[in-house]
Design a protein around this ligand. Structure first.
Ligand SMILES: *Cc1c(COP(=O)(O)O)cnc(C)c1O
Length: 500
């Protein structure tokens, strides 16, 4: 096509112009003029997402309003510092955007303070950790020395301060129990910053045991007690966790990266809403919250000053174009439709758990309170040998079901092959699927898993899948997705003709 924009406009009546599609088309036309392969890959991604059902618990589909807000000239601005107090001139409009985004975040979550600058969830956690260290370790140390300027410390005082900052204790959920890499995993910065201790889920119930956590916290007396997860299918009683933190003299931090949408949508309220109970709350904005790929820190006023010093503490320049998109997403998440969406995510997840169980799969903890379930595929014996999470993930991908393998508590297959699958309903709920579709998905997943055999026998990665089952699964997935297309505003065929 010579000029895809002109061709599209010529093909529709003025009143039928789809502005979101037109905006995409204009953007891709600009991209293709410089880098045609990049434009083709963007269209290829739409094609991919249209034909595969997405059950990755950490992913979602954000609105086209959010996506289109990201592409603008704010990317050109340096805005180190906070609104009204920048290291660079000319930030009047960035100030307005950032102040608005922070106000929307505070309103949405009922928080005293919000910092909308972190670029992602890992970034938000690094900022939160260092702000807590600043407020609770560095500030008292400086006060004891009667000093405010770090450059006035003697070499010995500076070394001593760094030693005390580097020897603090963090108590968070163990990686194998569903904790995140940034909660003290050995290969992550967090384990090198802190003396890390972990609590696990109970071996019997697979759930958090608050009395056991209290015992551990009182023994360890960590600087930070951290709650939150990437792979735990139940709600957390944050009032109880705060009580534990108070008894142990710890700062209570919650990483709600996965379930922020359920908090915003009021599915988790009262004892199960982290914001009133925690000193500091971190999150991503792109998982259940359905915003742009980014991070956010909420806090009690006590930590505001330390968090405001995020640059230069841990961050450089913020991304004002992404902050603008966060403001759009927070507004969307404050609407009644989003509450309804959040409730449907959980309703769908319960239906999916029930469907998996009814089709003979083992669901950890017997169900779910949130947007994700964990399935133990190692329990499934097809008579041809037990499969790993890795084989299950690959076989399902081959059948156009995208999800990820996950290690389970005490996993006999280790963190690479694993024995589990993590399955989430946030993305398919965005598409409009309901409980009937969850029953169908549970049945298709079971159909595929029962048709997989390790091959050669004993392999943890290679497998065969019975061809009849694969054909049936592909057909049933296609029928489902034909009814619930991803980004229906975007005319894939037109884009393929124009850019591929
Ligand atoms: C996803 C996740 C993160 C990291 O978010 P990124 O945006 O990938 O950096 C941090 N904490 C938890 C609990 C998560 O699930």
């Amino acid at each position: 096509m010579n000029n895809p924009v002109a061709e599209y406009l010529a093909s529709v009546k003025p009143e039928a112009v789809n502005t979101a599609f037109l905006a995409y088309l204009c953007g891709l036309t600009e991209t293709a003029a410089i880098a045609p392969k990049i434009a083709a890959s963007i269209v290829g991604e739409l094609e991919n997402q249209r034909k595969r059902v997405k059950l990755i618990a950490s992913e979602n589909y954000c609105s086209l309003a959010v996506q289109l807000t990201m592409g603008n000239l704010f990317t050109d601005k340096y805005a180190e510092g906070m609104p009204g107090r920048r290291f660079y001139a000319g930030n009047e409009n960035v100030d307005a955007v950032e102040a608005d985004a922070a106000a929307e975040a505070r309103k949405l979550f009922g928080a005293e303070y919000a910092n909308v600058q972190p670029h992602c969830g890992a970034d938000a956690n690094v900022l939160a950790y260092w702000a807590i260290l600043s407020a609770r370790v560095e500030a008292p140390a400086l006060e004891a020395l009667g000093e405010t300027n770090l450059y006035k410390l003697s070499g010995a005082q500076w070394q001593e301060l760094k030693r005390s900052l580097g020897s603090q204790k963090l108590l968070g959920l163990d990686y194998y129990s569903g904790g995140h890499l940034t909660h003290g995993y050995r290969y992550n910065l967090s384990s090198r910053m802190f003396d890390v201790h972990s609590y696990s889920v109970s071996g019997e119930t697979g759930m958090l045991d608050y009395d056991a956590i209290e015992g551990q916290a009182l023994e360890i007396r960590p600087l930070i007690l951290l709650a939150g997860y990437s792979a735990y299918p139940r709600k957390i009683n944050f009032r109880r966790m705060r009580e534990i933190a108070d008894k142990a003299g710890a700062v209570f931090m919650v990483d709600m990266a996965h379930f922020a949408g359920l908090v915003a949508g009021k599915v988790f309220s009262g004892d199960y809403d982290p914001v009133p109970h925690a000193h500091v709350v971190t999150t991503t904005t792109h998982k259940t919250l359905r915003g742009p790929r980014a991070g956010l820190v909420l806090a009690k006023q006590e930590f505001a000053e330390a968090l405001d010093k995020g640059c230069p503490l841990t961050m450089g320049g913020p991304l004002p174009h992404i902050i603008a998109a966060k403001a759009v997403a927070f507004k969307e998440a404050g609407r009644d439709e989003f509450r309804d969406y959040a409730a449907r995510i959980v309703e769908n997840c319960r239906a999916l758990a029930a469907a998996c169980i009814n089709n003979g799969l083992t669901v950890l903890t017997g169900g779910t309170d949130n947007h994700l379930i964990l399935v133990n595929v190692n329990e499934l014996d097809n008579g041809s040998g037990r499969i790993t999470g890795r084989q299950a993930e690959s076989a399902l991908h081959e059948c156009h079901i995208t999800l990820n393998r996950n290690s389970l508590p005490g996993d006999p297959n280790g963190p690479w092959y694993t024995s589990g699958l993590r399955i989430g309903t946030a993305a398919v709920t965005t598409l409009g699927m309901g409980t009937a579709e969850m029953e169908e998905l549970g049945a298709i997943i079971a159909l595929v898993l029962k048709a997989v055999s390790p091959a050669p026998a004993g392999s943890k990665a290679k497998y065969t899948i019975e061809p009849g089952a694969k054909a049936e699964a592909l057909d049933r997935v296609k029928k489902l997705l034909d009814r619930f297309p991803v980004y229906p505003e975007l005319d894939l065929e037109f884009l393929q003709k124009a850019f591929c």
